[in-house]
Design a protein around this ligand. Structure first.
Ligand SMILES: [Zn+2]
Length: 272
């Protein structure tokens, strides 16, 4: 019941933000996504394409995906991975930070950990001198603009970002000290826990309890790339076995494709 309410709320939120509800990755048109491109472009393309059928043109869906906040983009991407895997969790690789250990191990991340909550659209930061600035949270489009810029220092980058995100840039002093820059950085990082996601897990080898920063966007894209590799393998296999086209193969659900593969494998063994 709660789950359904959550799903409905999520679909409603997406509609408000301007995209039809998300769907699983795996259709023939999804093969057009080039995962070798710049990550911002890949995420936008996945978000724009993996939507349930609607009359909304692809160009408008791309536009909406760019306008999602960074956290909303990550959340939507994870929703697509969740629909695609049909599982409650996905696996990430972690490395123990203890110098004497450095064990690499798998950890499951539950999709329910990214529960729906109203997206933060604005953060307030109190700077020294009791000056208050209000910043909107960055979008994919902001990230794309900043990526093209060259900043000499991290401080300069934070300052320029704050200027472009400030509701009223005149409230920002011309120069900011280190503590103010830190405050701005922290406020933007804390605005959405998915942007700087941290897993707390014990190391299975040395028992060290550590915090592991996880790049969720990168992990999600890797999951989708693995799924794409399976799609390509299946297309190749069924073209040879039954003469199916790309579209015909991908129209058959994965579980049934696996059943056909099993039957073909049995036949091949019998022929030996
Ligand atoms: Zn360890």
């Amino acid at each position: 019941m709660l789950e359904r309410a959550g799903a409905e709320m999520e679909a409603e939120l997406d509609e408000v933000r301007g995209l039809p509800p998300a769907r699983a990755f795996g259709r023939v048109e999804d093969l057009a996504i080039d995962f070798q491109r710049d990550r911002l472009m890949v995420v936008t393309e996945v978000l724009a394409r993996c939507c349930v059928a609607s009359g909304m043109p692809l160009k408008s869906r791309r536009n909406a995906a760019w306008n999602f906040s960074v956290g909303e983009r990550a959340r939507r991407l994870l929703k697509i991975v969740e629909c695609s895997l049909g599982a409650p969790a996905f696996q990430v690789w972690l490395a123990c930070p203890a110098a004497a250990c450095q064990e690499r191990f798998h950890a499951a991340v539950l999709f329910s950990d990214f529960a729906v909550r109203p997206a933060t659209q604005e953060v307030g930061v109190e700077l020294s001198g009791e000056k208050m600035v209000r910043l909107r949270v960055p979008t994919g489009r902001d990230q794309a603009v900043w990526k093209e810029r060259r900043f000499a220092t991290k401080g300069e980058a934070i300052y320029e970002m704050a200027i472009s995100l400030a509701r009223d840039a005149s409230n920002l002093p011309v120069r900011l000290g280190r503590s103010d820059l830190n405050m701005l950085d922290l406020a933007l990082t804390a605005a959405d826990p998915l942007v700087a996601f941290v897993l707390r897990r014990p190391c299975p080898k040395c028992g060290n309890h550590a915090q592991f920063p996880v790049d969720l966007e990168k992990c999600a894209l890797e999951c989708l790339q693995d799924l794409r590799a399976v799609m390509i393998e299946d297309i190749h296999f069924f073209a040879k076995a039954y003469g199916w086209s790309e579209r015909q193969t991908l129209a058959v659900p994965q579980t049934r494709r696996n059943e056909y593969r099993r039957l073909i494998a049995i036949e091949e063994t019998e022929l030996l």
